[in-house]
Design a protein. Structure first.
Length: 160
């Protein structure tokens, strides 16, 4: 369980992972060594899973973002599970696939991708479709993004 100070530390690090322990300590009212220990504890518990730099995809030549929804043909349960494992492994190796989600509902997978333009998106789409027997795919091209975040607010547990 995390406390109020851990929640503050997580919030600050999600805003700016480059904050020093001294800066975090000043913000939460502790000394730097206490903050260091708390951050290490959050890492050991797997709450903090890594630190990344966010980048501008357009400036890196990948302005087109799209979501591809796949419905995979069903077969025998064991075959379907093995096929999905192979599919996920292949998707993990594809650098232009940013996210891949197994979902409940009409679709089986929702895949977030980045591409330089329509031709590159078509090639990526063809590679994705070639990896599985999909009965249906729908591609939605993003026109504008109003909010994009990786921030997760911790659930606040009521103290008894």
């Amino acid at each position: 369980m995390i406390d109020v100070i851990d929640r503050k530390i997580l919030g600050l690090l999600q805003e700016n992972a480059r904050l020093s322990n001294a800066e975090l300590a000043e913000a939460v009212g502790l000394n730097a060594s206490s903050v260091f220990e708390r951050v290490k504890k959050l890492e050991r518990k797997g709450i903090i899973t890594g630190y990344v730099a966010t980048v501008d995809a357009e400036k890196l030549g990948k302005p087109l973002m799209a979501f591809i929804r796949l419905t995979i043909e069903s077969g025998p349960q064991q075959d379907a599970e093995a096929a999905q494992r192979r599919l996920v492994e292949a998707y993990l190796a594809e650098p232009d696939i940013l996210e891949c989600h197994d979902v409940a509902g009409e679709d089986c997978l929702i895949i977030k991708v980045r591409a330089a333009g329509p031709k590159e998106l078509k090639g990526l789409h063809d590679r994705i479709r070639s990896l599985t027997r999909s009965s249906r795919s729908v591609t939605n091209i993003v026109l504008s993004t109003y909010k994009q975040s990786t921030r997760v607010e911790p659930r606040i547990e009521e103290e008894v």
